[in-house]
Design a binder for this molecule. Structure first.
Ligand code: ZN
Length: 98
């Protein structure tokens, strides 16, 4: 279990690094891999992972680049370039699971 969690963590970092280099295809590849590892091990993806990836197209989201972020009624609304929207309650940086 622990090893799987560490793999997911690492894949998240790789996805972010690829996204920073504007290599969205590579970023998607890592995002998908991480999702698969999580599924196979019945793990929940870390919150930062869920927030920075698109559920529909698996893009690693970079606000201002391939995603827009708005605050609305105490929620954070993230719109991916593919049109998919995700809403999260606005809160601090604590690691509480939602
Ligand atoms: Zn998307």
């Amino acid at each position: 279990m622990r090893i799987a969690a560490e793999r997911i963590e690492r894949l998240h970092d790789l996805a972010r690094a690829a996204a920073m280099e504007d290599d969205q295809e590579r970023a998607r590849y890592y995002v998908r891999l991480a999702r698969r590892v999580a599924e196979r091990n019945r793990l929940t993806l870390p919150r930062k992972f869920r927030r920075f990836t698109c559920d529909d197209c698996d893009a690693y989201l970079r606000p201002g680049r391939n995603a827009r972020v708005r605050l609305q009624d105490g929620h954070v609304v993230i719109t991916c370039d593919c049109g998919s929207q995700a809403r999260y309650p606005y809160e601090g940086d604590d690691e509480r699971e939602t």
